[in-house]
Design a protein around this ligand. Structure first.
Ligand code: DOR
Ligand code: ZN
Length: 327
C-alpha cells in the first residue's frame, strides 16, 4: 500500500457534451485539479467560452477543480488575453496548425504571436505548446519544433512555458537547457515505443511514441528532480473514430492513469517518493499553485482493464495493472 498527496493532471482532454459526462468523472475521482485542453468542438477561444466550459465541467462533477486554458490562434489579441486572465484562465495553448486533433485553427505564424506572448508574459500566464512542426514526419516533428521554441523562450525569458507531452530525448535535453521551459510527460509515453502504436489505433496519439532510448530518457526525467511533471493527455475518442481508415489521435488513459503510473514508478524506482513529486508537487510548483491538501492511497491488487468504458476503449484494455486506487 502507498499513500501520496492528492495529484494534479496538467493536461487532459475533458471534451464536452456526452463525452464530458462519461470521461470527466474518471479524472475527478482521483485528481485535485486538472488543466483542461481547449481543442474542444467548438474551441475555447475567449473568456466567455472558458467560463461556459468551466460551468459545464463542474456541473458534471465538482470534486476536481478544472484549470482553464485558452486556444491561441493568429486572431487572438492581447485584449482577449487580459479578459481571459481576469476570468481565471491560467494558460494559453498553442497548437501548430494541422498537427493533431482540433488543430485546424491553430497557429500558422509564430512571429505574429509576439504581442500575445508579451501580454501573457506580463500577466504571468503560462504558454503551453504542442511541440510538433507542421509538414515534418511524425518521428522528427518534435525535434524540428525545438528551434521555434528556442526562439520564443529566449525572446520571452520571463514567460513560463510548458512543452507538452514530450516524447524524445532531444526534448528532455531542451527543457533542461532552458530555464523558463518545463514539460509534461504522459503515462503512455513512459511505456510505449513505435511498435506499440504501429497498426494499433487505440495506442496512436500525437506526438507518436518514439524509440526505446527516448522512452528510457523520459522515465529518467519523470523520476528525476527537474521540471518534468504529469500531464496525461488523456484523449478519448469514440471507437468509430479510432477504428477507422484514418484513425483519430489520442490514448484514453484517464480510467487507468494513477494505477498505471504507480506501477511504472514502483517497478522502476521502488518508492512512491518520485511518483508524488511527479504527479503531486512539481506541476503545482511550476504553475505557482498551492499543493493539494488531501491524499490518495493505492493498494497492490491486480485487475484487468475493461475493454470499454461507455463505448470508449481505454489504454491497456484487456491488460492487467497491479495497482488500484483504494475506494
Ligand atoms: O493524441 C492526441 N490527442 N494528441 C493531441 O495533441 C490531441 C489529442 C486529442 O485532442 O485527441
Ligand atoms: Zn493533448
Amino acid at each position: 500500500m502507498i499513500t501520496i498527496r492528492k495529484p494534479d493532471d496538467f493536461h487532459v482532454h475533458a471534451r464536452n457534451s456526452y463525452l464530458l459526462t462519461r470521461v470527466w468523472p474518471h479524472t475527478a475521482k482521483v485528481f485535485g485539479r486538472a488543466l483542461v485542453m481547449p481543442n474542444t468542438d467548438p474551441l475555447i477561444l475567449n473568456s466567455e467560452d472558458a467560463k461556459r466550459y468551466y460551468h459545464q465541467i463542474v456541473t458534471v462533477d465538482d470534486s476536481c477543480e478544472p484549470l482553464m486554458t485558452l486556444y491561441l490562434t493568429n486572431n487572438t489579441t492581447p485584449n482577449m488575453i487580459g479578459e481571459a486572465f481576469r476570468a481565471g484562465v491560467i494558460a494559453g495553448k498553442v497548437y501548430p496548425v494541422g498537427v493533431t486533433t482540433g488543430s485546424d485553427k491553430g497557429v500558422r505564424n509564430f512571429n505574429a504571436m509576439k504581442p500575445v506572448f508579451e501580454a501573457m508574459e506580463e500577466l504571468g500566464m503560462v504558454i503551453c505548446f504542442h511541440g510538433e512542426l507542421p509538414g515534418v514526419n511524425v518521428i522528427e516533428a518534435e525535434k524540428a519544433f525545438l528551434d521555434i521554441l528556442h526562439g520564443i523562450a529566449t525572446e520571452h525569458p520571463q514567460t513560463k512555458i510548458v512543452l507538452e507531452h514530450v516524447t524524445t530525448a532531444d526534448a528532455v535535453d531542451f527543457v533542461i537547457d532552458h530555464h523558463n521551459v518545463a514539460a509534461t510527460i504522459t503515462a503512455h509515453h513512459l511505456v510505449m515505443t513505435v511498435d506499440d502504436w504501429a497498426g494499433r489505433p487505440h495506442n496512436f496519439c500525437k506526438p507518436v511514441a518514439k524509440f526505446e532510448r527516448d522512452r528510457a530518457r523520459l522515465l529518467e526525467a519523470a523520476g528525476g528532480g527537474h521540471k518534468f511533471f504529469l500531464g496525461s493527455d488523456s484523449a478519448p475518442h469514440p471507437t468509430s473514430h479510432k477504428e477507422a481508415p484514418v484513425c483519430a489521435a489520442g490514448c484514453y488513459t484517464a480510467p487507468v492513469l494513477l494505477p498505471l503510473l504507480t506501477q511504472i514508478f514502483m517497478d522502476e524506482f521502488g518508492t512512491e517518493v518520485a511518483l508524488e513529486q511527479f504527479a503531486s508537487v512539481r506541476g503545482a510548483e511550476w504553475y505557482g499553485l498551492p499543493l493539494n491538501e488531501g491524499e490518495v492511497t493505492l493498494v497492490e491488487d491486480p485487475w484487468e482493464v475493461p475493454n470499454c468504458y461507455d463505448g470508449i476503449v481505454p489504454f491497456m484494455a484487456g491488460e492487467t495493472i497491479n495497482w488500484k486506487v483504494e475506494s
